[in-house]
Write a protein that binds this ligand. Sequence first.
Ligand code: BMX
Length: 324
Amino acid sequence: MQSPPHRDDVATPHNVAALDIGGTKINAALVRISGTDAEIIESATTPTVTSDGSDGVLAAAIQVTKEVLASHPDITIEAIGMSAGGVIDSARGVVTHATDTIPGWKGADLAAAFAAEFSVPFRALNDAHAHGLGEALFGAGRDYHSMMMVAVGTGIGGSIVTNGSLLQGSHGAAGHLGHIGVSEAEGLECTCGRTGHIEALASGPGILRLAKKLNASDAVTKDGRCLARAAGEGDAAAQEAYRTAGFATGRVIGSLLNTIDVDLVTLAGGVTEAYSGWLDAVKQGVAHDAMDVVASTPIATATRGSQAALLGAAAFALSSPMSD
Ligand code: BMX
């Protein structure tokens, strides 16, 4: 698969429409990329309604894109970039594998839906890939040669960017580190259909399940927000769930550092901000598995928040459009 250029290749201002499709909402934005800077000029959000499967989601995505563009009729976009969950074949613009976050998402022809409505080139990529690329080019990773991003939220996603180039892999699946097997997750069902993957144990929903197993009360395990608050207020079961999940996640990161030896690890996603003991446990997990030579690799938190996926999708769309 083709890779985007290093950010220095993008010298003059370029306007791009970008979308980030998540399980609960769709963000659309008008993005301007000028050299090493990227800004969001306009944005809009709409809920992800999954009752009509991928067709309904894509119709809403097209609608919100049109709204954003209509608010700046003076601006001409060069391309449209989309970030979405699942394994995405960027060359064809098709979702080749996905969990049930969006029913019917697997097989969705993103490129065909957008080609029917817009005359500019369209490119789509996995959400963690877009997020990592955005952070690498315009956020936490901008002063580093290589970066691995780990996003812990509804799922666990990841991406590897070297010198501004995203590693998508042969099937677009590179970086899916939520689907690494760990002994702590033995027997747990993963959203991908396998068992024993780290995502089943240590994603947001995984941590909630863990807290229930540790006998946290119903009030504490009502949702992720309640669990985070309880951990901050000293609830022992909630804290243990975050620590167990964080340590296992850290071990995966440490093992990956031994394998790919990047300059920086960036952590993103809702769980990152939930409870400080989680981050301490991640660092302990990294220290447990990382070899001495890579053990001091800096671990930073993401700096562009929810903008990062939009910026990454925009940069990706500019780099090598597949159709026009
Ligand atoms: C899942 C998988 C990945 C995604 C990751 C993080 C789907 C829909 N998702 O492992 O493709 O990158 O979750 O996703 O198959 P998030 O929902 O936590 O952002």
